[in-house]
Design a binder for this molecule. Structure first.
Ligand SMILES: [Zn+2]
Length: 517
């Protein structure tokens, strides 16, 4: 029953890890390297920073895991796990580019540990500093720091308590169990997953077959459960920015949802790595990336002897082949209890079990049936940014395609097939991620993306009203990770110093180091 007896296979002996650590902890890399994570033994984890290190252990309990610090040298890099840091917007703006002593790492222990449960976990996981300008992007995410992990979270509509914006926080892994509880689907026997290949700990309160997260039942009204749930994802949307625009009238549809429900000021924390596909899958499965299987945008599979890439235009549609055995999506969990329920997945790669899925059409080679007229900018588009920025333009069209599918299905017919009002619909919008990357979360392009995406959210709400079921429908607004502005002056990489030191390595997805493969 316990999952403490085995761990992922590792090929790099301690001396190789130590040699790489010595390079990465050199003062010359201090501005780029926040900390380095590793698991030198099963259920044992280390975080090393230039000014200190911590070693901690994980033990199973009746209701999950407990973590105990084994030893600390210097400053404990994971000591500060305050989820309320740098919120609201003014606090984030005042913080600038928080360094390791100012930053916080909510839920750090479980987020670190879960990575090393995956059979393809790296030997070392290197986290970028908040300031590191690592690509051309002004905005970044992927790290453990609170601003990069923090996504907005709003639950609203039928069956949801109306508390407005409250001083609370949760995890993205809590979203799927919460939506299932909201739909009135009861909890039952499942497992809390752990080390890959082990059965996991039984839990009696599971909404999904495998479940790390917990349902936020405190948000549910005592009245009748909604008959429909619509979840909308604003990819990469910084919640401080979003809530501020809702309050100032620039995101009226987000404000409408806040008026119809409850939003978490301190957000929903993404799992490590705080990147897109790993956390879309966490949202849809209620499991951490190290447990659901989609570990990162890319990783190295030691058994297959090759790189695995999940997040690319060529591989998104096949990404769910990496789901671990026993992991269920929310679509599958609904249909296991209600076989006749119709569920819909719009522009979302984590789609297993959905009756309708955009990515299923891609897999069938039917992409052309969804394509819009690219010569005309779609509605809800800030033309100046769409004309000037290729990623803004591309995402605008992608989100237009999403909106057309969602509204058509609520209208009762799409691509020649009739649909009843779906029990569950997931809609992913991508423009916020593109724009927040491009100009950072506080630039004009980010604000334009929020306005455009808020308008598309409004069109989805209108479509549900048009179907005559608004009063029986609940809504969720969430993102897959946060977005933090970086410092254009802080550039460089750790690959060159590692090579110069004669260390053999692969660096997957900019931070997953595999030594000697
Ligand atoms: Zn994303």
């Amino acid at each position: 029953m316990s999952s403490t007896t085995s761990g992922p296979s590792r090929t790099a002996p301690d001396d190789r890890r130590r040699a790489a650590l010595d390079v990465l902890l050199d003062p010359g890399l201090e501005s780029l390297v926040e900390m380095i994570l590793s698991s030198p033994a099963p259920d044992t984890y280390e975080a090393h920073a230039i000014d200190g290190a911590v070693r901690f252990r994980r033990r199973p309990t009746r209701s999950g895991w407990t973590f105990e610090v084994d030893s600390v040298e210097g400053r404990d890099p994971l000591a500060d796990q305050d989820p309320t840091r740098f919120a609201p917007l003014a606090a984030e703006l005042a913080a600038g580019y928080p360094d390791r002593k100012a930053n916080s790492y909510p839920y750090a222990w479980e987020h670190v540990a879960q990575i090393f449960d995956h059979p393809c976990a790296p030997d070392l996981c290197v986290l970028h500093t908040a300031a590191h300008h690592q690509q051309e992007h002004r905005g970044e995410h992927g790290s453990l720091g609170v601003v990069q992990a923090r996504a907005p979270f709003i639950l609203a509509g039928a069956g949801v308590r109306r508390l407005g914006l409250v001083d609370r926080h949760c995890r993205l892994i809590d979203v799927a169990p919460t939506l299932l509880a909201l739909l009135g689907i009861g909890a039952g026997a499942g497992v809390r997953p752990g080390v890959s290949g082990t059965p996991g700990q039984p839990r009696p309160d599971a909404y999904l077959a495998s479940q790390d997260g917990d349902a936020l039942v405190e948000l549910l009204d005592e009245g009748a459960a909604p008959q429909h749930v619509v979840a909308v994802l604003f990819d990469g949307c910084n919640p401080n920015r979003l809530y501020d625009m809702a309050a100032s009238g620039e995101a009226p549809n987000v404000a409408r949802l806040l008026g119809l429900g409850t939003g978490y000021r301190y957000g929903a924390m993404a799992s490590l790595p705080t990147v897109t596909l790993a956390n879309h899958t966490s949202l849809l499965t209620g499991c951490h990336p190290g447990h659901h299987g989609v570990l990162h945008n890319a990783w190295y599979d030691r058994d297959l002897g090759r790189q695995v890439v999940t997040e690319s235009p060529a591989t998104w549609q096949e990404a769910m082949r990496w789901l671990a055995p026993g992991v269920e999506t929310i679509h599958q969990a609904i249909k296991r209890r209600r076989p006749g329920a119709v569920t819909v997945s719009v522009n979302e790669p984590a789609d297993s079990g959905a009756d309708y899925s955009t990515f299923d059409l891609f897999r069938q080679g039917r992409t052309d049936e969804l394509l819009p007229d690219f010569s005309v900018l779609p509605p809800f588009t800030a033309e100046s940014f769409a004309d000037a920025d290729e990623s803004y333009r591309w995402s605008t069209f992608a989100d237009e395609v999403a909106l057309r599918q969602a509204t058509a299905i609520w209208g009762g017919s799409h691509l020649g097939i009739d649909y009843p009002p779906p029990v569950f619909m997931w809609v992913s919008f991508s423009l916020t991620d593109s724009a927040f990357h491009e100009g950072g979360p506080h630039g004009d392009i980010a604000k334009a993306a929020v306005r455009d995406t808020d308008a598309r959210l409004g069109a989805v709400l209108d479509a549900v009203e048009g179907a005559g079921v608004f009063d029986r429908t609940a809504f969720c607004l969430v993102a897959d990770h946060g977005m933090e502005e970086n410092d254009l002056q802080v550039t460089g990489n750790w690959e060159d110093p590692l090579r110069a030191a004669g260390i053999s390595f692969r660096d997957e997805a900019s931070g997953f180091l595999y030594l000697d493969v």
